[in-house]
Design a protein around this ligand. Structure first.
Ligand SMILES: Cc1cc2nc3c(=O)[nH]c(=O)nc-3n(C[C@H](O)[C@H](O)[C@H](O)COP(=O)(O)OP(=O)(O)OC[C@H]3O[C@@H](n4cnc5c(N)ncnc54)[C@H](O)[C@@H]3O)c2cc1C
Ligand SMILES: NC(=O)c1ccc[n+]([C@@H]2O[C@H](COP(=O)([O-])OP(=O)(O)OC[C@H]3O[C@@H](n4cnc5c(N)ncnc54)[C@H](O)[C@@H]3O)[C@@H](O)[C@H]2O)c1
Length: 448
């Protein structure tokens, strides 16, 4: 009889947990996974996927508008939030079925309930059942942070935003990070009156300043209002059911929905990690080594719960590396250099490698090349929004160490360009590459 019920018990069937389960099973491990909500996790159920579909849905507002200049007559075009919302929800259902089927076809046993750590080799399910495993993988993700606001119960987070009964007429968004900028773009395009209030005067901290300095005025020109140095103190519910937002100095802001997007904290509360001698970091994260091993030899952790980089491809890569390391005889760690990322704002931002400021601080002599251009697809558009690309080059080696882009399709273009940065290609090699004309991407090889 086997010493343990399973070789691997995974807590959380999100991006990292599903990948680790599948790969560990393919290496011959007997695997079980517990999921307290829906298989697929944040990205599939209430993150990247439904968000991107809302972005696509909202793009039609601009496309329909621009279409007239290309000769199309679009009569009687109207928008129905419930149709878009329900279409997105049905695609999420489809993906949940696909992820569940992946677990089934790989013989991963699925417990549809919460699990906590009861000891170094034991988990306890919500039903009370205890299960033993040679290894435990914690992949429980993160959870939206709600700052101390009087009337916080009247606010929503990104968890609820996909299920609104109707399109809000007025939306106030707290925060100026990924989620805030993406949903400001979505609601603005769909016709809501959007106000972003932030505690500082910086949007998208961590992105190259030239990109954020380009994004903000474009968003303002599209109608998004910004209130800087205005953290929300109180959200008041009025007799008619609408909300009044008291934020910093200045007049209260009327709203129908208040979306709080102030970061996500590892979901470790009540997870029982003390039963395995694991001490959490000060943000609630699980400290791990380069191979995602915790302070307990039989317990590993991947994804948002470790708070290394909160992105889906990172959780997936860490989960895969864990399974190869522990069950595949191929020790692998994840490399965190040159991670491409994007903000699906309108227009979107995409970035890889060092910002200009970081390169100057870390490398000494740096050369910077920029292209400030009007994308061809905006030629007829009434809003003459300009794109902006920047290459950051290490003057000592001529290597391109950062690419930063804002403009239509920037994330699609950047994924390919990120290969060049990861491979350490030089500016001379960019210059050697023939342009693909006419395209926006050709700007990348034409900067002199
Ligand atoms: C609105 C939004 C948009 C995003 N957009 C993007 C994007 O465009 N690109 C990108 O790369 N990233 C995006 N992200 C981030 C991305 O979703 C996360 O980085 C990613 O999902 C992390 O994967 P994970 O496996 O660590 O955790 P998750 O995917 O969150 O999975 C954790 C799972 O564990 C379950 N769970 C938690 N506790 C327990 C327990 N005790 N027992 C059983 N189950 C448990 C949860 O229900 C969840 O299903 C977005 C996030 C949000 C919120
Ligand atoms: N396109 C993408 O890849 C994508 C999209 C959405 C989310 N995500 C991931 O999800 C994570 C969470 O997104 P997010 O937008 O919630 O976080 P974020 O870290 O991007 O932004 C948080 C914002 O809230 C503000 N803030 C923080 N604490 C506050 C407080 N107490 N009071 C007032 N303001 C406060 C910050 O100044 C910042 O502007 C991101 O860090 C990202 O890794 C990625």
């Amino acid at each position: 009889m086997a010493e343990f019920d399973y070789d691997l018990f995974v807590i959380g069937a999100g991006s990292g947990g599903v990948r680790a389960s599948r790969i560990a099973a393919s290496h011959g491990a007997r695997v079980a996974v517990a999921e307290e909500f829906r298989v697929g996790g944040t990205c599939v159920i209430r993150g990247c996927v439904p968000k991107k579909l809302l972005v696509y849905g909202s793009h039609f507002a601009h496309s329909l508008h621009d279409a007239a200049q290309y000769g199309w007559t679009i009569e009687g075009a109207t928008f129905d939030w419930a149709t878009l919302r329900d279409f997105v929800a049905s695609d999420v259902d489809r993906l949940e079925r696909a992820y569940t089927s992946t677990l089934n076809t790989n013989n991963v046993e699925h417990f549809a309930e919460r699990a906590v750590v009861a000891g170094p080799n034991t988990v306890r399910l919500a039903s009370g059942r205890e299960i033993s495993a040679k290894f435990i993988l914690i992949a429980v993700g993160a959870w939206p942070v709600m700052p101390e606001i009087v009337g916080a119960e009247h606010c929503i987070t990104s968890n609820e935003v996909f299920h609104l009964p109707e399109l809000p007429r007025r939306v106030v968004i707290q925060g100026a990070g990924y989620i805030a900028m993406e949903f400001a773009g979505i609601f603005n395009a769909l016709g809501s009156d959007v106000t972003v209030v932030n505690r500082s005067d910086v949007i998208l901290r961590g992105y190259d300043h030239d990109l954020t300095a380009r994004l903000q005025p474009i968003m303002e020109a599209r109608g998004v209002k910004f209130g800087f140095n205005r953290p929300i103190r109180e959200v008041q519910k009025l007799a008619d059911g609408s909300l009044l937002v008291h934020a910093g100095e200045g007049d209260p802001i009327p709203a129908d929905v208040v979306l709080v997007a102030t970061g996500r904290r590892p979901k470790t509360d009540g997870l029982g990690l003390e039963n395995a001698g694991i001490t959490l970091g000060k943000g609630g994260e699980i400290p791990v080594d380069a191979f995602s091993k915790t302070a307990c030899d039989s317990i590993y952790a991947v994804g948002d719960v470790t708070d290394r980089v909160q992105l889906t491809p990172i959780a997936i890569r860490e989960g895969h590396a864990f399974a190869d390391t522990v069950f595949g005889g191929k020790p692998r760690s994840t490399h965190y250099d040159a991670i491409p990322s994007a903000v699906f704002s309108q227009p979107p931002i995409a970035s890889v490698g060092l910002t200009e400021a970081d390169a100057r601080a870390q490398l000494g002599e740096v050369r910077v090349y920029t292209s400030d251009f009007r994308p061809m697809q905006n030629m007829f558009a009434t809003q003459a929004e300009r794109g902006f690309y920047k290459l950051v080059v290490d003057a000592g080696t001529d290597k391109v160490v950062g690419i930063h882009m804002i403009g239509p399709d920037a994330p699609e273009i950047l994924q390919a360009a990120a290969i060049a940065v990861k491979a350490g290609l030089t500016k001379a090699q960019f210059d050697d590459t023939i342009a693909l004309h006419p395209s926006m991407a050709e700007e990348l090889v034409l900067m002199r």
